[in-house]
Design a protein around this ligand. Sequence first.
Ligand code: 5AD
Length: 364
Amino acid sequence: MIHSVPDILNQALLGQSLGQKELIRLLDIQVESERQALFQAAYKLKSKHVGRVVYFRGLVEISNICQKDCTYCGIRRSNSRVKRFRLSEDEIIQAACWAHRNRYGSLVLQGGEVQSEAQTAFIEEILNRLHAATDGELAVTLSLGEQPRDVLRRWRRAGAQRYLLRLETTREDFYQRFHPEDHLWQTRLSCLEDLRQEDYQVGTGVMIGLPGQTRADLADDLLFIKNLDVDMIGMGPFIPHRDTPFASYLADFDKPGSLDLGLKMLACARLLLPDANLAATTALQALDGLGREMGLKAGANIIMPNVTDSEYRHQYQLYEGKPSLDENSEQCRQSLQCTIHRIGETIGYGKWGNSPHYLGRCPG
Ligand code: 5AD
């Protein structure tokens, strides 16, 4: 039997887990009062488990050079219209120091996937320098695609604590539809397992609203992610990019509908994984200037403000309409701070902001 929305929300608030049918019902909500009730329930769980505190992760987009050719992504290998860049060591350290001076508790180094000894050694060197330059006070997250286990180990030893690697979708056949034949969902999954074995805090997520994706797929994504027992979740709406095979989807792209589904997914993720760190991603803000604020109100507790120099931001467009391209780091910080204070929350300056889920998994 499928329950009513209030019954499902009560079930979640009482700490009972939800199943596929309940999640589909929540993702299908059309009535405004039910929508608000969903967000309020997620907010209640967020307040209880992770507090009304937002943690900033300073995002450094280190390079848009990528060996992969994911069909949806603006920096895919075969997009010859994008100008490739790579930040120097000094530029990365400078951005990190800015984040440290501004008391961001942690940093995310994100870039296209490159598997090579040169890249491995470069990141190792950055991690060593970073540690020295910030007295080890910044927690470092890497988001550099799939990597062999020994590389993950070297980076962990050099001081990285967290890693983000999205599954993109948890349905293997569906994954293959959006990736060339040699990009394997199984490889990605086993990389997530390696990360766990190598003692990282692990984050994953999916894209929401891919062509052909159903509500049942999304509900299954959430259940799959819950089963993986991850510490962090980063997921956001799919947005077509003009220089990819999805260019034709731009014309009838339904921004409000995508935003709505993205927010419902966030809220459902909070209901299912109350103590995880959940990011309000930039893709939400690309759909609406207030997207990230809405994300916080729907259950997210993490924001990743860009701390790289704006001249490169134009070259790091994974999807169309990426916001804040011309804002510098300080403008980004200030506008976010206003947003967060406006909704009555505080910023966890100077704190690492490990998820309670991780702390529960690894006490001490
Ligand atoms: N729309 C939304 N998200 C995208 N990503 C890549 N391309 C797009 C797009 N067109 C996301 C993927 C990837 C992350 C870094 O960016 O989920 O894992």
